[in-house]
Structures are given as structure tokens and as C-alpha cells.
Ligand binder design. Structure first.
Ligand code: PMP
Length: 353
């Protein structure tokens, strides 16, 4: 029985975010910017130390072991850290908490497509300044009046990283707005804006365990800011769902944060493979931005990206493609292991030469 229009008219309807595919069969999976290496060995130990009998109890609502580990890692106080179920959860709560103005929030026209979905979901007005012809964010576009600003650094899917003076320039021009820097890919790039939080009371930096820390499946993200803004986030979280982080996520997350050496080693390997991938793809005639993330944003002047995407999929090599007018010539290719990238290069050598 179809639901009648009178009922439907009062239902919140949204165009949801479309996540990358998670195929169940074995493929070369270069489509959702996961890390090809396992998490720190300490994560296994943390799992082994869990007692299922404890699962009958709710987890610590303040997530203190994880908050403490992160605070120690970044040299900030515990009241400056907020954790959530992946940075998607943290960012969505940030939208709800901080973007309450009648003025439009600003984010780039080409960026993480979830921002638009949250803005729509929460009925937040928004405007999307265009990137320049080289896919760079134009700082001056963010000098106008606004209800808040958010952008990733490095940006996604362009993979371009902006230095901290660029971030500071935006902060200087927006002393009365909240500025959120989404650093999902920062470990592969450069300096984090976390070092600026003592200087700007309007800055929130979010990061994730899904990329450099190889824990996308555990769903852990966090925000670092000043205690006042973190308190506001917690107030909204406790008004929504107090027990967001499972006992497993808390234990595994805390263990992962403590293993700095492993993180650095994994990041080094991925950056090496990324630079090798740039060389290989350039030889095949691809053009791409100077990626500082764990993926490349690449096009081939002679081949249709949509077709190439479909053909690669048939060959069990998954990459990402958007049928969006501005970026439909591009493929987003996650950096996998060297062996995985070799499978891609072998296929492309046969296909584009
Ligand atoms: N921000 C950006 C720019 C991303 O690409 C992603 C990954 N899809 C996220 C946030 C969310 O990542 P997660 O929820 O896994 O932390």
C-alpha cells in the first residue's frame, strides 16, 4: 500500500550521501581511501584483552581512555578533545552544534559531498564558492559574511593540501565564525591546524582513524578545539546518544594512538607508493593534481573516465568516479599496496597505450 501524499508531505526527505561500494567478493579495492595495511599490532592485543562478559554493561559515555590517549598524543588537555563514531559522526554533530545562523555556511563547490547532505538534512543555508581552474580553494572567497566555514585539508577528492598560512588567513578574516578544518587525510600531507587551536578560539579540527590508522571498520573520529566548543559538542552529543563509542572501539582506539612508530611507518610506505603511482600514471599519459593524500585525482586526456571506471570494475579493480559535471573527467584512485597498484598499472598499460 502506497503511503498517501498527506502523510509524505510532513516527512523529512533528503538526498542521502552515497558511500563508495563495499564489494563482498575479492577485488583490488582502490575506491574508498582505506588503508591497505592492518592496524597497529597493539589493536589485536586490545581486542584480546576485552571480556565479552563486560559487553552487558554500557561503555564509558565520556570515552575517557581514548580522549586521554589523544590528548596526550597532541599535547592538549582532555577537555579539548571530542570523540565520535568516525569523523562523519563528529562532523555531523559539528554541523548541528555550530551552524545555527541564518547566514549561509561556506564550503567549496568541489569537496566532501557529505557537507551538502548535512546542510540539507539540518536545513542550514549554504553557499559553495568555486575552486579555481587548478582545483585550489580561493581564500578570498571566504572573506564574506557567513554562518560558518568548513573544508577538508587536504581537500577531497582533489587531494590538494594548503599550508597553515592559508588556514590562518581564513581564520583571520573570520574571527566571528566557526571554522572547521576536516583533516581526514592530514597524516599523508603536512602540518596539522591543531597547532593553531590555542591561537584561534573559532577553530575546530577533525581527524579520523579510518585512513592513516587503518581502522575504517572500527569507526573512530575526533575533534580538537578549545574547551568551550568541545563542551558545546558534548552537550549536543548527550542530547542525542550518550553511548556512541563501543567498548571495543575505545580499547582499540587508545591502543592505536599509542603506537606512533607504527603510524609513521605505515604513512611512509603509502607516501612512497603514492609517489611511485604518480610516476607510473604520468608515463601512461594521465594528468593529476599534486596529491598529498592517500589517493590520486587523475584524468586521461584521451580516455573517458566513466568508461574506464566501468572497465576497471569489470576487471575487479575498483576506483571511484562521480558523474558530476565538474569532475566527471576524473577518477579518484586510492593508494593501495605496491602489489595492488601493479595490478592497476598492468591493466592500464594494456588499456591506454
Ligand atoms: N572527511 C573526508 C574529507 C573524507 O573523505 C571522509 C571519508 N569518507 C570523512 C571525512 C569521513 O571519514 P570517517 O567517517 O571514516 O572518519
Amino acid at each position: 500500500m502506497a503511503v498517501r501524499a498527506e502523510i509524505l508531505k510532513n516527512i523529512r526527505s533528503v538526498d542521502p550521501y552515497v558511500p563508495g561500494e563495499q564489494p563482498q567478493e575479492k577485488v583490488v579495492k582502490l575506491n574508498t581511501n582505506e588503508n591497505p595495511y592492518p592496524p597497529s599490532p597493539g589493536v589485536q592485543e586490545a581486542l584480546d584483552s576485552l571480556d565479552p562478559a563486560d559487553f552487558r554493561l554500557y561503555p564509558d559515555p565520556s570515552s575517557s581512555v581514548l580522549v586521554k590517549a589523544l590528548a596526550e598524543n597532541y599535547g592538549v588537555n582532555e577537555d579539548q578533545v571530542f570523540v565520535g563514531v568516525g569523523s562523519d559522526d563528529v562532523l555531523s554533530l559539528c554541523f548541528l552544534t555550530f551552524f545555527n545562523s541564518e547566514k549561509p555556511i561556506l564550503f567549496p563547490d568541489i569537496t566532501y559531498s557529505f557537507y551538502k547532505v548535512w546542510a540539507e538534512l539540518y536545513r542550514i543555508p549554504y553557499e559553495c564558492p568555486e575552486l579555481d581552474k587548478d582545483f585550489r580553494i580561493v581564500g578570498a572567497d571566504y572573506y564574506r559574511e557567513n554562518g560558518g566555514i568548513i573544508f577538508p585539508n587536504p581537500n577531497a577528492p582533489t587531494a590538494i593540501y594548503e599550508e597553515l598560512d592559508f588556514i590562518e588567513d581564513i581564520l583571520e578574516h573570520n574571527r566571528d565564525s566557526i571554522v572547521i578544518v576536516d583533516e581526514a587525510y592530514i597524516d599523508f600531507a603536512g602540518r596539522s591546524a591543531i597547532e593553531l587551536i590555542g591561537k584561534y578560539d573559532n577553530l575546530i579540527v577533525t581527524q579520523t582513524f579510518s585512513k592513516a590508522r587503518s581502522m575504517a571498520g572500527m569507526r573512530i573520529g575526533y575533534a580538537v578545539s578549545n574547551p568551550d566548543l568541545i563542551r558545546c559538542l558534548n552537550d549536543v552529543k548527550y542530547s542525542f546518544n550518550s553511548y556512541t563509542m563501543s567498548r571495543a572501539a575505545l580499547a582499540c582506539g587508545a591502543a592505536a594512538v599509542k603506537d606512533v612508530e607504527y603510524l609513521e611507518e605505515t604513512v611512509r610506505k603509502i607516501k612512497e607508493t603514492r609517489e611511485r603511482t604518480k610516476k607510473e600514471l604520468a608515463q601512461l599519459g594521465f594528468e593529476f593534481t599534486d596529491s598529498k593524500a592517500n589517493f590520486l585525482f587523475a584524468r586521461h586526456p584521451r580516455y573517458d573516465a566513466g568508461k574506464l571506471f566501468e572497465e576497471l570494475k569489470e576487471a575487479h579493480i575498483y576506483v571511484r568516479h562521480w558523474n558530476d559535471e565538474k569532475i566527471r573527467d576524473y577518477l579518484r584512485i586510492t593508494i593501495g599496496t605496491d602489489e595492488e597498484m601493479d595490478v592497476l598499472f598492468d591493466y592500464l598499460r594494456k588499456r591506454v597505450c
